[in-house]
Ligand binder design. Structure first.
Ligand SMILES: [Zn+2]
Length: 162
């Protein structure tokens, strides 16, 4: 049932289930995150991702592209997809970082989009979900952990509306 919350402690899952059962999850999210972001195109996504990267991860290789993908599933791909392409250009080996996130994140509050971008950008420096990875996430987005949980609650709520 709570497929998006599987990695969380039981107490959190129980609270979430309680909000769902009492039909209060939507209201909880709406009150906490009333805004909607305007980032709809791949171009706008790239601009936002690039700004974050320049501000917080100056030393990582440049961001080559960013796009929304309707085929990506937030469950299967956790929160998005990050690809690394090593391209041989002349004698130099160049790393290109590109970033793809599930198209459903066109909807939703701006905070969830920054959390997802922080997650994907952090993967440029750390591939695994380890301590250093989450430190990077929090460096880019200080409220990272709360926002990841709330994004997962939002995904749960979306599914319950189908
Ligand atoms: Zn990840």
């Amino acid at each position: 049932m709570l497929k998006y919350l599987q990695g969380y402690p039981e107490s959190i899952q129980v609270q979430a289930q309680d909000l769902i059962d009492n039909d209060k999850l939507g209201l909880y999210l709406e009150r906490k995150y009333p805004e909607r972001h305007q980032v709809q195109s791949d171009k706008a996504l790239y601009q936002l991702a690039r700004e974050l990267k320049e501000q917080y991860m100056r030393n990582a290789p440049p961001l080559a592209s960013a796009r929304f993908d309707a085929k990506l599933s937030p469950v299967k791909h956790t929160l998005g997809l990050h690809t690394y392409q090593a391209q041989v250009q002349g004698s130099k080996l160049k790393t290109r970082n590109s970033l793809t996130i599930a198209a459903l994140f066109r909807e939703g509050p701006p905070q969830f989009l920054s959390m997802i971008l922080a997650h994907e950008l952090a993967h440029f420096q750390e591939k695994d979900h380890n301590k250093r990875f989450y430190q990077l996430c929090c460096h880019i987005e200080p409220a990272y952990h709360q926002l990841e949980l709330d994004t997962r609650l939002w995904l749960t709520w979306r599914d319950s509306q189908k």
